[in-house]
Write a protein of this length. Structure first.
Lengths: 57, 549
């Protein structure tokens, strides 16, 4: 495993899944489901990294 | 601020990954050059993100947010006037000499170009400085976590230092660089939501602009005279001091960042490293400065948010963490804190890996043991890594107990750094400049910096010789110290060079403009050539400056 995109992709995919599936906590100053949005973008980013790494190999 | 299980889980996951990357790289390290210079093997997308991340330490992130709250958008000058033009210059004009000389460090370039004493002056001050600055940022991190989370100072300092030590010890520079890329993405993805949420809450950009005095949302409009802006600077000091001397001095000569570009796998990649890095660099103010500006607007809105008070004013350094507490629910809060930890680690690993290379090649191999087998230098490099981390921890405790000493030391370092860019500029572009000239110029520049500080007063700082001038702010004072130091070094180096014997031209090939073949790679597509990239960066930069004028 020498392609840096693999560990980065896995890391953000895991963090993304953790955030998306986390019990819906609310922050004091916002009504936006922050965890859901940030989590899905990280999942997407992680997935894109893994896809790029896979495409190359 | 209270953390839940999920926040700790994310932080722990991050620790596992940085260590895993260290182990993954470990097998690649066979020689001292693999360990200390990455064996010139790293692809350009990685070196350019590492180039940014090594500078994006926790102090930078927290400090830029604080300056955003204190000075407003003018803080972006550190990026749009300072860093980016300097990055264009180092990529297009200077990297051919750094990379082409095959020097393994910036001080080693000085040795090849000038002489041994110039190298030692630069190497020794750099080595001491990196250790202290990593200690100071470690102290800042320990204090921040103590304040915000109630974590024990000693535990957070030792835990973070141990992890940085582990991965830099295992994989050396490559491991530090690879982790900096992970850290860079974490910093961006961890802080960007904060910026978006805070600005949205304040009513978007129009809302921000209507709630704040106009000086907070413009970069040039109020820069004409020092009375008109909270920075207390005027356009000339800003452009010459920050935009030219300080920024070019840092981005073009500081081995911490230049080392990342020198690790690239080809000359073309080394030159493109700062240019590719310039694109994200231009966007970073929106992530780190904007939340600070939004924090001020939010405090005027009766939302139950206010910047905490400190010594009769406001504690701007807490802008970032107080916003996180208000906008991040547990989960993303863990990501935000992990991003803060990551920014600290990228800065510290940057310092440690620059320190061990300079110590091993410039001080140890240059002066203690010259002709040992490479295995020995690999060993010394690893030992210097451990030593660098240990000294950083010691410096963190020194900062905790003797804050004044650290202030004095940082001041002295700023005097030493201020003239550096004049030396490199003359060294690379004027073949007549000599070692004696460079050395005297550096000393004279440092003396001029100290004298300027001693003769001027700003916010109660300086003036320890006499007061011949008062600056409206310490920032203006710093810019002018830099201007005087640079000019003195520039003039002295020229004068002494003309009076001393030049280095024979045969010894200057690959080191000076005019005696070095500048690569043009015409067969490469335009987006892989430094010139066109620099033009695009320049145009984007001008557009940004006009939009936020």
């Amino acid at each position: 495993m020498n392609d840096l995109r693999v560990p980065i992709g896995i890391f953000f995919a895991i963090v993304g899944i953790l955030l998306v599936t986390a019990p819906s906590a609310r922050a004091p100053l916002t009504e936006v489901p922050v965890n859901l949005y940030a989590g899905s973008s990280m999942l997407l980013f992680g997935g894109a990294m893994l896809w790029l790494a896979r495409r190359k190999s | 601020m209270r953390l839940e299980f999920i926040d700790y889980a994310i932080l722990a996951l991050y620790f596992v990954f940085v260590l895993a990357i260290g182990f993954m790289i470990r097998r690649r390290v066979q020689s001292s050059e693999d360990f200390l210079t990455s064996g010139r093997s790293v692809p350009v997308w990685i070196t350019s993100l590492a180039f940014l991340a090594a500078n994006l330490g926790a102090q930078e992130v927290v400090g830029m947010c604080a300056s955003g709250a204190k000075y407003g958008l003018m803080t972006a000058h550190f990026y749009w006037l300072g860093a980016v033009p300097a990055m264009m210059f180092v990529g297009v004009f200077m990297m051919p000499f750094y990379y082409g000389s095959r020097a393994r460090s910036v001080p080693e370039y000085l040795k090849l170009r000038f002489d041994e004493k110039t190298r030692v002056l630069n190497a020794a001050s750099f080595a001491v400085m990196t250790v202290f600055s990593s200690g100071v940022s470690m102290y800042a991190l320990g204090k921040l976590f103590q304040l915000v989370l109630g974590w024990d100072f000693t535990s957070s300092v030792f835990l973070s230092a141990a992890i940085v030590l582990a991965y830099t010890f295992l994989g050396g520079l490559t491991s530090a660089i690879y982790n900096e890329v992970l850290q860079f993405f974490l910093i961006v993805l961890g802080f960007a939501p904060l910026s978006i949420l805070a600005v949205m809450k304040a009513g978007g950009w129009p809302g921000l602009a209507s709630r704040l005095p106009p000086v907070m949302t413009h970069i040039w409009e109020y820069a004409g005279t020092s009375r008109d802006n909270p920075m207390g600077v005027e356009a000339f000091g800003l452009v010459a001091g920050l935009g030219f001397v300080l920024s070019f001095g840092y981005w073009c000569t500081d081995f911490l960042v230049v080392q990342r570009a020198m690790a690239a796998n080809s000359m073309s990649a080394a030159r493109r490293t700062p240019l590719v890095a310039a694109f994200p660099k231009m966007v970073i103010p929106f992530i780190v400065i904007l939340p600070g500006i939004a924090a001020v607007a939010l405090s005027h809105m009766n939302l139950g948010y206010a910047l905490p008070p400190k010594d009769g004013g406001l504690d701007y350094d807490q802008a970032l963490t107080t916003l996180m507490a208000k906008f991040y629910p547990s989960g993303l809060l863990g990501v935000g804190l992990t991003a803060l930890m990551a920014s600290f680690m990228s800065g510290m690993a940057g310092n440690v890996t620059a320190f061990n290379a300079v110590f091993t090649y410039d001080l140890y191999q240059g002066h203690i043991r010259r002709d040992a087998p490479d295995r020995h230098y690999l060993w010394v490099g690893r030992a210097a890594t451990v030593g660098g981390v240990a000294l950083s921890i010691a410096a963190a405790y020194l900062a905790q107990h003797y804050n004044n000493i650290m202030d004095v030391l940082q001041l002295v370092f700023s005097f030493v750094n201020a003239p550096l860019f004049a030396t490199f500029l003359l060294g690379m572009f004027w073949k007549r400049s000599t070692g004696h000239g460079a050395f005297t110029g550096l000393l004279a520049g440092t003396a001029a910096a100290a004298a300027t500080h001693g003769l001027t007063l700003a916010e109660g700082k300086g003036g320890w010789i006499a007061t011949v001038h008062q600056f409206p702010s310490t920032m203006a004072q710093n810019f002018w110290i830099a201007i005087f130091a640079w000019s003195t070094c520039f003039v002295t180096t020229i004068a002494v060079s003309l009076a001393t014997a030049p280095k024979p031209e045969t010894e200057l090939h690959g080191l000076v403009y005019g005696l070095t073949e500048i690569p043009h790679d015409p067969e490469e597509p335009w987006y892989r050539r430094p010139g066109p990239l620099a033009v695009i960066v320049g145009v984007a930069l001008i557009i940004l400056n006009i939009i936020f004028w």
